[in-house]
Each structure stands twice: as C-alpha cells, then as structure tokens.
Design a protein around this ligand. Structure first.
Ligand SMILES: NC(=O)c1ccc[n+]([C@@H]2O[C@H](COP(=O)([O-])OP(=O)(O)OC[C@H]3O[C@@H](n4cnc5c(N)ncnc54)[C@H](O)[C@@H]3O)[C@@H](O)[C@H]2O)c1
Length: 453
C-alpha cells in the first residue's frame, strides 16, 4: 500500500520504517530540511538501537523515501498518518497547532479518497476536529470539493529505547473509526504485523514467534483516543504509587526492592513499572497526564488521582535536592556528579527529564555540577549552561563531593566502585534508580542513599 507519514520524529520515523520493512511503499515527510537530508543519506536524527540499519536497508530497496514536500506525499498515498508533536501548553492542554497545520495542508492537497490516521496522541474528540479542519480546507483551498476521506485514530504505544521491538512486535493495535471501509484498510495495512508474518533479520532476536496473532481492538474514535491517555496515565500512576510506597519504606526501614519483588509476583499487579526512582519524565507521560486532567476539568470533573500523581512526581524530584542538602549541608560551591541526562536509558530524549530538573535546582543552590550521559552529548536547551558536560563517567565523578545516579544506563551498572572511591572527594552516592549494589558500596565505605531502601 502507498503510505505517507507526516512528522518524522520518534513515532513517525519508526512507524515509517516498520511499514516499509513489512512491504509497503512509504513516503516520510518532515518540514525540517536538515532532518530529511540526514535521512536521505541513511543517517538517523534520533538514537534508537538498530534503527539506522533498517533505514539504510529500506532506502536501498526503495520502500522508503524522505521528502519535505507535503503535497507530493499527500497526492501519492492512499493512507496518511499524522505523527507530529502534541506538546503541552502552560495550562496543561495539548498544543494541537502542528496537527492543525498538517490537517489544513492535507485538505489543500488531497486529490482522491484517502484514509487519514491520527497517530499523534491527541485529546478525545480530536478525530472529529481534524475531520472538520480537513473539510474546511478542502472547501477553501481545493478545486475538487467532493473528495471523500475518513478519519482513524490509531494511537502509538512504542517506548523510546525499545521502539523497534515495540513497533514490530506490538502487544496490541488500537483502531478507532466510524468508517468500516477505513478500518478494513487499516487491517490490511497492519496485516503482516497482526499475524506476525514478516521476515526478520536472523541476528536480532524475534520477540514474538512467527504466526502469533496480535490483539486488535476496534472501536469508535473517542474510545481509541481515550485508550492512549488512560494507558499512559495508568503507567504514571504505577510509578508515582511505588515512589510514595518507597518514601514510606524509607521511614519504616523496609526495602522497596523486596517490597516490589513481592508485589510484582501477583499477576493482578505484575512486575513492570514498579521501579522506585526520581520520578517519571519524557515526552509522553507528563504531557498526556496533564492533557487528560485538562479534559476532565473541561467537563467539570476533578481528576483527583491524576492531580495526586503529578504532585507526587514533582515532590520526588524535590526530595532528591533536599537529600543533597541534608548530606552536604552547605551546597554552595560543592561539586556534584550526575550520571545520566536522558529521561531514561537507551534514548537521547531529554524532554521533561528528572535529571535536568534536579541539576537545574542544584545550580540554583550554587552547586557545581558535572554531568555525563552515554548518548546525550550536546547540551539540552533546558539544561542550565553552568552544568559542565563530561566525556565519561569518571571525569564527571573526579573530585565530586556527592554522586547522583539519575538515569539507569547499563554502563553505569558496571562502573568500577573502587575507582570512583578514589576519584571522589567525599564518598556519598544518591542512587536515584536503585541501580547500584548497596551492600558492596557500603562495604567499600560509601554512604549509600537509595530510593526507599
Ligand atoms: N516519543 C514517544 O515515545 C511517543 C510514543 C507514543 C506516542 N507519541 C506521540 O506521538 C506524537 C509524535 O511524538 P514524537 O515524539 O514522535 O514527536 P517529535 O517531536 O519527535 O516529532 C514530530 C515531528 O513532526 C515534525 N513536524 C511538525 N510539524 C510538521 C509539519 N507541518 N509538516 C511536517 N512535519 C512536521 C517535526 O519537525 C518533528 O520532526 C506525539 O503526539 C506524541 O505524544 C510519542
């Protein structure tokens, strides 16, 4: 099938690559020329394990192309996926400017019957709203006023860092539409994924057996849109809940790692998303929780649980800063090493990263911060310019009075404890992700502070 993906970010690029790999003809459109140039040359603008190899392969086979000309993308496809960003406005509402711009352009250039798919995470009701924008644009800008189109909501659930695996081997596919014809097209588009019948490189583990059937939930537009917000809000709730339990553990002398091990064995709870830490961040959970809370308020509801998880999350980051103050007393002039800048491992995404929020707070207390991340090498715009970026973990740790582990990258798990003991001025570690071996560090003479243990 001929597919156009508009917005080549984390979601658009990975979806485009996946659809090309399973045999479709995919045109990826973005309005950042530098991004398109890189992609044309097989260079990925984002970090995601194995992604570049799939980009190169599909460029070579001709299954994927990257352009900045939305007109050509729209005209030459039967299915159009919109995957532009939907960031938060200051009041928590989702900013739909990018979606609106794309919908207007689609209306302008649509030349025959098409299925328009919202892959961006959009507030409930956006499917109808996008339909209205396209219709108005057709009326205003298109010479053919009778062109038909249908709208589908197909929310994305990939996780940065394991995005390829999540896309090729999804746990479920959600398709919301009032058009039976559009739903049929979507089922055709995803057939190789639904029945896991695509070829897969032999040197990368196949996460699901060939022929396994992936559940597909078909619904109306609003239910599909709500499924995405409800899922992300539930995940954030799980983390905030466990962080609250961790804080209680700390007071009563319990170990959150043992507690969550016991909790996770209950199949009604499950072991995932039960890691206590410095809080959730990233490009999705914060904005999606805010947007759902905003929607609830629009309808006169008070989203008590959503409000509480946001507040617990904010507090969790503040608690780390307080712990630093408790340990160092005078923070001014002290050197603090921070390992990890990305909001989680295996991604270069720094949006709403708790590590950045903590570093900025400590800079305001006049600490001297040295930070290192295995992938984030350029200073994120949101990071205070006084933070020194280091080329490796040991450079960041040298002469530090205190070390904060902020992102649980694999390479930090294997850090040389004796070496860091010798490098640090004072041996205090705040393990913000409960990654390190507490007993071993304590036996070496470190003061170890974990989360809830
Ligand atoms: N990142 C994730 O892990 C993730 C997971 C699930 C869902 N989502 C949702 O998917 C959507 C996209 O997220 P993302 O992280 O991929 O965003 P992103 O910011 O990484 O990418 C968006 C892309 O859209 C492009 N764009 C904006 N306006 C455009 C236009 N008019 N024409 C062409 N291109 C345009 C931007 O240049 C950018 O490259 C969001 O709604 C997000 O909530 C993201």
């Amino acid at each position: 099938m001929k597919v156009c993906v508009i917005g080549v970010g984390y979601v658009g690029l990975i979806t485009g690559v996946c659809l090309a790999e399973i045999g479709h003809n995919v045109i990826c459109v973005d309005n950042i020329d530098g991004k398109i140039e890189k992609l044309k040359n097989g260079i990925s603008p984002i970090y995601e394990p194995d992604l570049e190899r799939f980009i190169k392969k599909n460029l070579k086979s001709g299954n994927i192309s990257f352009i900045n000309d939305i007109k050509s993308g729209v005209e030459n496809s039967e299915i159009i996926l919109i995957s532009v960003g939907t960031p938060s406005l200051s009041n928590g509402q989702a900013d739909l400017t990018y979606v609106e711009n794309v919908a207007t352009e689609v209306g302008k250039y649509i030349n025959n019957e098409k299925v328009i798919v919202n892959k961006s995470t959009v507030p409930i009701g956006s499917g109808d709203w996008v339909s209205k924008i396209i219709s108005e644009s057709i009326e205003k800008n298109n010479s053919n006023k009778n062109i038909k189109f249908s709208i589908v909501s197909n929310p994305e659930f990939l996780r940065e860092g394991s995005a390829l695996g999540d896309t090729f081997f999804p746990e479920r596919i959600i398709i919301g539409s009032s058009s039976k014809k559009a739903i049929k097209k979507m089922l055709e588009l995803y057939k190789p994924l639904i029945d896991q019948s695509f070829d897969w490189p032999s040197d990368i583990p196949r996460l699901l057996p060939e022929g396994k059937n992936i559940p597909v939930v078909i619904s109306d537009l609003a239910s599909a849109e709500m499924t995405k917000y409800a899922s992300n809000s539930f995940l954030a709730t799980k983390i905030s809940f466990v962080n609250e339990i961790a804080n209680i553990c700390e007071k009563v002398g319990a170990d959150i790692k043992k507690v969550t091990e016991g909790m996770g064995l209950d199949s009604r709870i499950g072991p995932k998303f039960l890691n206590a830490g410095i809080g959730w961040g990233g490009s999705c959970l914060p904005k999606d929780v805010s947007a759902l809370a905003y929607t609830a308020r629009e309808y006169g509801l008070t989203p008590e649980i959503l409000n509480a998880i946001v507040s617990v999350n904010k507090n969790q980051k503040n608690e780390i800063v307080k712990r630093v103050q408790d340990e160092l007393k005078i923070v001014k002039g002290k050197t603090i090493a921070v390992l990890g800048i990305a909001f989680k491992p295996d991604t270069d995404d720094v949006r709403e990263s708790p590590a950045i929020s903590i570093m900025n707070s400590l800079i305001h207390l006049d600490a001297s911060i040295k930070a290192y991340d295995p992938i984030v090498k350029e200073r994120p715009k949101s990071l205070n310019e006084k933070v020194t970026l280091c080329k490796d973990a040991y450079e960041a740790i040298r002469d530090a009075d205190l070390l904060i582990l902020a992102t649980e990258w694999k390479e930090f798990k294997h850090i040389d404890y004796s070496k860091i003991k010798n490098l640090m001025a004072h041996n205090i570690i705040i393990d913000g992700r409960n990654l390190f071996d507490k007993e071993k560090l304590q036996s070496l003479g470190f003061k170890y502070i974990g989360i809830g243990r």
